[in-house]
Design a protein around this ligand. Structure first.
Ligand code: AMP
Length: 252
């Protein structure tokens, strides 16, 4: 299974291809989940093009597309929330209160209806993967969570459905995000290990972007690394030209 919110792009297609290499049949869900949007204007402006999405799913030989309505997913009287603590608290959890409860609730429902053997998620949403792995393990769901690498545009910007809303000047400014991650990678390769030093390098590249967070933490706990020799993840969220973008890179 490949859960998506539609407005499919090459990143989603890479997840579909990966799922096809794992399983005999692939289900793609397309559902813009209102529960995970705190800001109603963000939900209202989220891109959507179901006809194009269905064309892409046909062209990539997806076996089944499930695109339920909001009323079908959350009929009147729906009162359940699935809430993961710990890894869901910092970063996205802090800046988008309720977001991960929405994600955990919809993913639990998608899983319980489709009952896939494997679900493929993108590494671009690093914290989301951590939340879903925790959820799946804690609830004993018999589903393997597979993680596909981030697909980037030719200029390094991580593909995202939201990128269609970036005007050209904003898009150019947004390139500071992948540049900052490459700078962190280069620094790591040249031996820099301290979180603070790496964060300073990232901050320099991000310059005057409207940054929500740009942090170097432990990839499994998303909290401070206890040892400079431990691996690290750089997590960045910034708003550029009114579009909220997230990206990350794992070091080590
Ligand atoms: P979305 O439709 O944005 O909710 O994304 C659906 C799935 O596609 C999630 O697992 C995302 O992490 C994944 N995804 C989104 N963008 C990319 C990308 N550029 N590369 C790889 N996976 C992605």
């Amino acid at each position: 299974m490949v859960p998506t919110m539609g407005a499919l792009h090459v990143g989603h297609v890479s997840l579909i291809r990966r799922a096809q290499s794992i399983g005999a049949s692939v289900v793609v869900s397309i559902f813009v989940n209102p529960l995970q949007f705190g800001d109603s204007s963000d939900l209202a402006t989220y891109p959507s093009d179901i006809d194009r999405d269905l064309d892409i799913c046909r062209e990539t030989s997806v076996d089944l597309v499930w695109a339920p309505s909001v009323e079908h997913m959350y009929p009147s009287g729906f009162a359940t929330r699935v809430s993961v603590t710990g890894v869901s608290v910092p970063f996205e959890g802090h800046h988008r209160p309720g977001h991960f409860d929405g994600v955990a609730t919809v993913v639990t429902k998608l899983f319980s209806v489709v009952r896939p053997d494997t679900a493929v998620f993108g590494a671009k949403d690093f914290q989301q993967v951590a939340v879903i792995k925790r959820l799946t393990s804690d609830l004993g769901l018999p589903i393997t969570i597979d993680v596909a690498p981030t697909v980037r545009d030719h200029d390094g910007l991580a593909l995202s459905s939201r990128n269609v809303r970036l005007e050209p000047p904003a898009r150019t400014r947004a390139l500071a995000i992948p540049r900052s991650l490459r700078a962190a990678e280069d620094a790591w390769k040249s031996g820099v290990r301290s979180s603070r030093e790496l964060e300073a390098i990232v901050a320099t590249e991000l310059g005057d972007l409207d940054i929500e967070y740009a942090a170097v933490v432990d990839p499994s706990t998303l909290s401070e690394r206890t040892n400079d020799d431990d691996s690290a993840v750089v997590l960045v969220a910034a708003t550029v030209g009114g579009v909220r973008l997230i990206d990350n890179v794992v070091l080590g």
